[in-house]
Design a protein around this ligand. Structure first.
Ligand code: ADP
Ligand code: GLC
Length: 489
């Protein structure tokens, strides 16, 4: 019997749980190594050495030293991300600073982001192609614009004497493209011919995501619906033409959730653990949540929101539907941070409706678990949503998702229309069009459904029983890597 060698894949990302997180990309990059491992893939992750990452390292082995990587000294350090190999790009000039991964505490992007993430891409390309002793990869997997220069370097400037490797470019969000002025091009270390329409040039400047999409062997997005939507200018944000021209090389693989982290039967962050069979226990979490948010205690519906407070997430529209929510006897607990104006709008709404609207501005992972465990329904009125994870966590926790019909939300929630209720398959509510009227109507539908306890319970249970683990999507990524590497089994 021959045992085939695992396929070695280098995943390049700008955030990954548990080390650094600003959104769903981190959940996905953190979960991917374990998701693909059962399918014969040995994944190593490359992350920037932000202070939080460096602090977590302990003793790390130096794999490689650069005298000048994009002009600054840097090292590649070998470490662990959970049970899986991690390589950290330690470049203090670029990454050792207070603030977030992409900007300062005031929310301004770092002015040298082009250099920071070009360096990440350059290091990723060197590693993937085998220029670092002891490491060689069969496939390179780049996530979002921050990693997108890796496939471009492999294509236009592979390390001397090394062959290229096939690559996957995953788009988690087309709205963030990494677009910089043409002035940065000479510093990138690419040959002149790379500054072309078929290359890194984009509207006269340098487009990192565009370069990655143009250079990668395959493009994926994080849901099948979003893969179709981004062919349209409304969602493609200027890159729809490139998506269309790359044709069959574009596919959608829906995100899974890490069921070790997100399981109401074992969750250590919640007041009372429960399963689909012990849904009655959930009320303990609801009471705890009401107390935590200073809400009146009652058995009416408690909506939650856990979200970046941004235009993408439709939070301005939700703010406009709050009077309707309160007027219909519901309450809302909201956790989020983002646009200052939206933060202020929700804080003001809480002041206007004491005991009915509770708001926490900030980022709190444990609280997000308590909210999914105690809320009756989560509101996700996104204008676009490549996949969305909060609705998946909600499904797993018996918190009924009320979502806009777009992207991954459309792919993962089954609307409780009459046919779906009769067939016993409904898992949530969908609404079309992100307008205050549509959101208000969806809230009314949810409240009406909540008042039919048997149907509500069925919807909760259906969601909890649905499989959003990584099992299928882990296999889909593994199959794609294998196809690109020319391996059939
Ligand atoms: P996106 O990545 O576009 O923000 P996702 O739904 O894919 O949307 O992922 C968001 C992730 O961030 C989820 O894990 C969600 O629970 C988490 N999250 C968002 N805002 C907060 C917050 N204020 N506190 C804690 N977790 C949050
Ligand atoms: C992005 C998208 C979100 C997706 C996440 C992980 O942040 O906005 O929809 O779930 O990436 O893929």
């Amino acid at each position: 019997m021959t045992v085939s060698k695992p396929l070695a894949v280098l995943s390049v990302a700008s955030e990954a749980v548990p080390l650094v997180k600003t959104g769903g990309l981190s959940d996905v990059a953190g979960a991917l190594p374990a998701a693909v491992a059962p399918h014969g893939v040995a994944m190593t992750t490359l992350l920037p050495g932000y202070p939080a990452v460096m602090r977590s390292l302990g003793k790390a082995r130096v794999l490689h030293k650069y005298d000048a990587l994009l002009g600054t000294p840097a090292r590649l350090l070998a470490a662990k991300l959970g049970d899986h190999p991690l390589i950290v790009l330690d470049a203090p000039v670029l990454f050792d600073r207070d603030g977030g991964p992409y900007g300062d505490d005031a929310g301004r992007d770092w002015g040298d982001n082009w250099r920071r993430f070009a360096a990440l891409g350059r290091a990723g390309a060197d590693l993937a192609c085998g220029a670092v002793k002891g490491r060689k990869f069969d496939v390179l997997h780049a996530h979002d614009w921050q990693a997108a220069m890796a496939p471009a370097y492999v294509r236009f400037a592979p390390p001397a004497g090394k062959p290229g490797v096939p690559s996957v470019m995953t788009i988690h969000n087309m709205a963030f493209q990494g677009y910089f002025s043409a002035d940065v091009f000479p510093v990138l270390g690419l040959p002149t011919e790379a500054f072309a329409i078929d290359g890194v040039e984009y509207h006269g400047g340098v487009g990192f995501l565009k370069a990655g999409m143009d250079s990668a062997s395959a493009i994926t997005t994080v849901s099948p619906s979003y893969a179709v939507e981004i062919r349209d200018p409304a969602f493609g944000m200027g890159l729809e033409g490139l998506i269309v021209s790359r044709g069959e090389r574009v596919s959608g693989i829906v995100n899974g959730i890490d069921t070790a982290q997100w399981n109401p039967a074992t969750d250590r962050d919640i007041a009372m653990r429960f399963t689909a069979r012990t849904l009655d226990k959930r009320v303990v979490n609801k009471r705890a949540l009401e107390a935590e948010f200073g809400l009146e205690i009652d058995d009416g519906p408690l909506f939650i929101v856990v979200s970046r407070l941004t235009w993408q997430k439709g939070m301005d529209v939700l703010a406009g539907a709050i009077a309707h929510l309160v007027g219909n006897g519901a309450r809302l607990a909201l956790l989020g941070s983002g646009d200052a104006a939206l933060e202020a709008a929700f804080v003001a709404a809480a002041a206007r409706h004491p005991g009915r609207i509770g708001v926490r501005i900030g980022y709190d992972e444990a609280l997000s678990h308590r909210m999914q465990a105690g809320g009756d329904a989560i509101l996700v009125p996104s204008r676009f949503e490549p996949c969305g994870l909060t609705q998946l966590y909600a499904l797993a926790y018996g918190c009924v998702p009320v979502v806009a019909h777009t992207g991954g939300l459309a792919d993962t929630v089954i609307d409780a229309n009459i046919a779906a209720i009769d067939a016993g398959v409904a898992t949530g509510l969908q609404f079309a069009g992100v307008t205050p009227a549509a959101v208000a109507q969806a809230i009314s539908r949810a409240i009406a459904l909540y008042r039919q306890p048997d149907v509500w319970r069925m919807v909760q249970r259906n969601g909890m029983k649905a499989d959003f683990s990584w099992a299928q999507s882990g296999r889909a990524y593994a199959d794609l890597y294998r196809k690109l590497a020319g391996r059939t089994s």
